[in-house]
Design a protein around this ligand. Structure first.
Ligand code: AMP
Length: 400
């Protein structure tokens, strides 16, 4: 395949993935062949045929009627496979991405159990971000409508006084981010001695964001005799460790088709040297299809220099890296999220756990050191069932 990027009146060709590569190399960097993968269009996916209908599950009438109202016609794959096991009280490791219906997969059996027992603070759900926790809370309200079941959202960045008041009223379910939950346990406002169902949602992202210690400390407050449901997009070493420590004979259900999202088209761009890389990037970014782009660089210094160079060349870019203060990073992210700039240049660490909608392209200006970093980087695009593109710059020294 040949792609063209225009720079003023001059047209140049940049060879993209022209030849087949030999088997991946492990010793020095990642072989470029691992950066190439044709995307499957979302509509080209073969639809999953569920074994069950929602009526087949042993769910309360009210839940079935709520599902009907919400127009949930049939279970998604993760729901079809996890709901029966979860209703039996089994511990589950669900490997699933956002958009697969994993929230209902864990919430429906929980609500079913609650509609019978109605125990206070008996369910704890941990999520990596405020937004995800809010989403789970909203879904809980939708599925449990009409049953007088209550949840409390306990997330950082929101008024803690109000959260304390709500916890004191005795909700059935606590949904929150690890930092704030730990804080409230420390203040002796939140007691987890009655929790019988513990959910870790997007466990890999929580570990990425440095919540591993908080999760450990929270889990130690929950009675061992409980059901643990852990959902994650990838089975990283940290997730494995957590699961081994906290669950009891878990059953793994995977609906993840490949290590990287199938909806991300991945390709390489051959470049000669440093200056050629910058020129190529400038040409790409001046194309209208490069709407919202995250560019990954290796070093803090390099990332800042690249963002400055792009901005000076008339392509405004923000940078996030470890040399920036928290408030500077937040401002840069806000500007990118709100489309005030369309280019974000980032280091791996600074970009961990970022959830930004509608990123059209991820460009690996510098190649990632390990394949796990590559998977994380390109996972910033192609989210929520959308198609995204990931392009990795490859210099001659990377090709041998
Ligand atoms: P999730 O992966 O849990 O974030 O869900 C992604 C979206 O799909 C949410 O908007 C859900 O409300 C929706 N959803 C999940 N399961 C179903 C289903 N069985 N039928 C219809 N919509 C669903």
């Amino acid at each position: 395949m040949q792609r063209q990027f225009r720079n003023g009146p001059k047209r140049r060709n940049y060879p993209m993935a022209k030849r087949r590569f030999n088997a991946p190399r492990n010793v020095k960097g990642i072989h470029p062949s691992k950066f190439i993968n044709k995307a499957i269009e979302p509509e080209a996916d073969i639809p999953y045929v569920p074994v069950h209908s929602f009526q087949d599950f042993d769910l309360s009438k009210q839940i079935i009627s709520n599902l009907d109202y919400l127009k949930y016609e049939k279970p998604s794959e993760i729901q079809d496979k996890c709901i029966p096991l979860s209703l039996e009280g089994k511990d589950i490791i669900g490997l699933a991405n956002t958009g697969t219906g994993k929230t209902a997969a864990f919430l429906l059996p929980i609500i079913n159990k609650l509609s019978r027992s109605r125990d206070m603070v008996s369910v704890l759900i941990l999520a990596p971000t405020r937004e995800l926790a809010q989403q789970i809370d909203q879904e809980f309200r939708n599925f449990s409508a009409g049953q007088k079941l209550y949840s409390t959202l306990v997330v950082g960045g929101a008024n803690i006084g109000r959260q304390i008041q709500q916890i004191k009223r005795g909700p059935h379910v606590i949904i929150g981010t690890p930092g704030r939950i730990k804080d409230l346990i420390g203040r002796r406002v939140l007691r987890l001695s009655n929790v019988n169902t513990f959910v870790l949602d997007e466990a890999d992202r929580m570990c990425d964001m440095g919540f591993e210690r908080d999760i450990r400390s929270i889990a130690s407050e929950i009675p061992r005799d409980r059901q643990t449901l852990c959902y994650s997009a990838t089975m990283t070493d940290s997730v494995k460790k957590i699961v081994e420590e906290f669950s009891n004979n878990p059953i793994t259900i995977s609906v993840v088709k490949s290590a990287t999202n199938d909806h991300i088209e991945q390709d390489v761009v051959h470049v000669n040297d440093k200056e050629h890389k910058v020129e190529t990037l400038l040409e790409m970014l001046s194309q209208p299809e490069f709407e919202k782009v995250i560019v990954f660089g290796e070093t803090k210094f390099g990332v800042q220099r690249l963002a400055d160079r792009l901005t000076k060349s008339g392509i405004p870019a923000e940078a996030i890296h470890g040399n920036k203060s928290q408030s500077q990073r937040e401002r840069a992210l806000r500007n990118f999220k709100n489309n005030l700039v369309n280019i974000l240049v980032a280091t791996d660490v600074a970009a961990r756990g970022l959830d930004i909608p509608n990123v059209s392209h991820v460009i690996n200006f510098d190649p990632p050191k390990v394949y796990d970093d590559y998977v994380h980087r390109i996972g910033r695009t192609g989210r929520a069932g959308k198609t995204g593109k990931a392009l990795t710059f490859v210099q001659p020294r990377d090709r041998n």
